[in-house]
Design a protein around this ligand. Structure first.
Ligand SMILES: C[S@@+](CC[C@H](N)C(=O)[O-])C[C@H]1O[C@@H](n2cnc3c(N)ncnc32)[C@H](O)[C@@H]1O
Length: 249
């Protein structure tokens, strides 16, 4: 992960057809995992042997079965189910799983080293109610998730994409709100945290223009550890904005 993805090397398929195929490859993704057309994340390099070892040893026990997502099959029970998009090193997902053993949580990221670290930490923590999916959450939701599947979606410290020309890469967008509205159960919600004031304003404006969500500023969730990008934002003197988007009929 980058602290400042706004300066990261991102690309879009250019006019040169010889480069188009190469431009669509994200080296951090396992074979067969496709990136979304407009990516909300930064491309990565090669995987270390530690990451490969952790994934090989620990991912199978927490991975989803192939095909359409079925929470009762994935978790082996019927329970409230939460999706965390962009979980990074997974500290929030592990903490949620530990704090709410009667809920199930699926943590997703495209960043394999972060997920590998999360798998190692989850192994130490136990948390049988945590599953992990490596890949683009947008494609996952579009292709494998039925309507009204999740009770909640967590989006903590999404890549802000500061530059105007990168606005379309911000996760909170009209198209993604449509997607989240489809996969949330009635009465469901989205939790968002950000340490970027402009991103909070962006999210509030997108939600205000969307018919299916109402945004509320909320207190910081007590169960979430002060780690990762939250800790970096606080250390840099930034204010953390916490939002809950309630799905409305
Ligand atoms: C700024 S980091 C925050 C990580 C973590 N939530 C934290 O608070 O420390 C944003 C993360 O979102 C991930 N991400 C961005 N777009 C994504 C997508 N479409 N699907 C899955 N993960 C995504 C990135 O790979 C990155 O790890």
């Amino acid at each position: 992960m980058s602290d400042d993805p706004t300066e990261a090397t991102t690309h879009e398929a250019g006019p040169d057809p010889r480069k188009a195929h190469k431009a669509h490859v994200v080296p951090d993704l396992p074979a067969g995992v496709k990136p979304a057309r407009v990516r909300t994340f930064v491309r990565r390099g090669r995987l270390s042997s530690l990451t490969k070892d952790r994934v090989e040893r620990l991912a199978p026990a927490r991975s989803l079965p192939e095909g359409p997502f079925d929470a009762t099959v994935a978790f082996g029970r019927a329970a409230p189910v939460v999706l965390e998009i962009g979980c990074g090193h997974g500290h929030a997902a592990i903490a949620y799983a530990a704090a709410f053993p009667d809920h199930d949580i699926l943590a997703m990221d495209v960043h394999t080293p972060g997920l590998a670290r999360m798998l190692a930490d989850a192994d130490g923590a136990g948390v049988p109610n945590l599953r992990v999916e490596i890949g683009d959450a947008v494609l996952f939701l579009e292709e494998r998730v039925a309507d009204a599947t999740f009770d909640a979606v967590h989006l903590f410290f999404p890549d802000p994409w500061r530059k105007q020309k990168h606005t379309k890469r911000r996760f909170v967008s009209s198209a993604h709100l449509d997607l989240l509205a489809r996969v949330l159960k009635r009465g469901g919600h989205v939790l968002i945290a950000t340490d970027q004031d402009f991103y909070a304003e962006h999210a509030l404006a997108e939600v205000a223009a969307h018919a299916r969500f109402e945004a509320h500023r909320i207190e910081r969730p007590q169960w979430r550890p002060r780690e990762g990008f939250e800790a970096k934002g606080v250390a840099a003197g930034r204010t953390i904005t916490e939002l809950r988007l309630d799905l409305v009929p």
